[in-house]
Design a protein around this ligand. Structure first.
Ligand code: URA
Length: 260
């Protein structure tokens, strides 16, 4: 099995080769084995992309001035602030805060919802089953955790029984992520799931209505895809997640070209 095939098998998308007019197969196969580095850029061309809608909101970081609540903090001060945070009741029910992981000048930022049980123990986002799938999704587009990739969550403390974070918990915690984004200045944000997407975009919309569009987070392109935990429960949706990842690669290429 070559590397490209291994990647597609891991995402349950193998075989992908088909006539261009056909859509990505809905049928999935069992994932096969360990994922290695992707080899074939051509697999990115195998899925045709519809023309994306571009939604733009007025950026409000354009003055160059930080406008986040923690706008004066550097990375280590921000980490300290998060570690000591008791602003909502989530902290009392979790083991530790989960700040984020990756290069502090990463081009790519992936944002999830909040830590689960494994993340709560290890103090790192996406280290459980959903994290393994996220790592596969990254590998499928030749990315790797920690290499120009930063991973963070909307809330830094595990909600009890992995429930969805409440609106007030998101509101309390979001300024930390906003400051992380200011410090990172990623070229592209990928929001994983509806909670992360709506929190970052400041709206209440369905994931379906947000996919396949380039959104704007304070001047940074943002795209939306399924949460890996959802994909584990609904593996047939992995084909759509694959399309989203291909779209993300395309947007990143455009951003990089523009800045070249
Ligand atoms: N789900 C998330 O949204 N974030 C994690 O870190 C782990 C699972």
């Amino acid at each position: 099995m070559d590397r490209g095939e291994a990647i597609l098998r891991e995402l349950n998308l193998y075989p992908l080769w088909k006539r261009r007019e056909q859509s990505v197969p809905d049928k999935v196969q069992e994932p096969a084995g360990h994922l290695t580095e992707p080899s074939a850029p051509t697999i990115l061309e195998a899925v045709s992309q519809d023309e994306a809608v571009v939604f733009r909101k007025p950026g409000f970081g354009k003055s160059g001035q930080s406008e986040s609540e923690w706008g004066n903090l550097n990375w280590s001060e921000l980490k300290q602030q998060v570690t000591g945070c008791t602003a909502c009741k989530l902290r009392a029910g979790c083991t530790q805060t989960v700040f984020g992981v990756g290069e502090e000048k990463a081009d790519w930022l992936f944002v999830g919802e909040g830590p689960g049980a494994d993340e709560d123990v290890q103090g790192e986002p996406f280290v459980g089953q959903a994290g393994k799938l996220l790592d596969s999704m990254l590998a499928a587009i030749k990315l790797k955790r920690g290499q120009s990739v930063y991973i963070a969550n909307i809330v830094k403390c595990r909600p009890p029984n992995n429930r969805t974070p409440a609106t007030n918990e998101i509101a309390q915690c979001l300024p930390y992520l906003q400051r992380q984004i200011e410090l990172l200045q990623p070229k592209l944000i990928v929001a994983l799931g509806k909670v992360a997407s709506n929190a970052l975009l400041g709206q209440e919309a369905t994931l379906a209505s947000l996919r396949n569009a380039q959104h704007d987070y304070h001047g940074i392109p943002l795209i939306v895809t399924y949460h890996p935990a959802y994909l584990l429960r609904s593996p047939t949706e992995k084909a759509k997640a694959w399309q989203d990842m291909c779209f993300a690669v395309k947007v990143m290429a455009q951003v990089t070209d523009k800045n070249a």
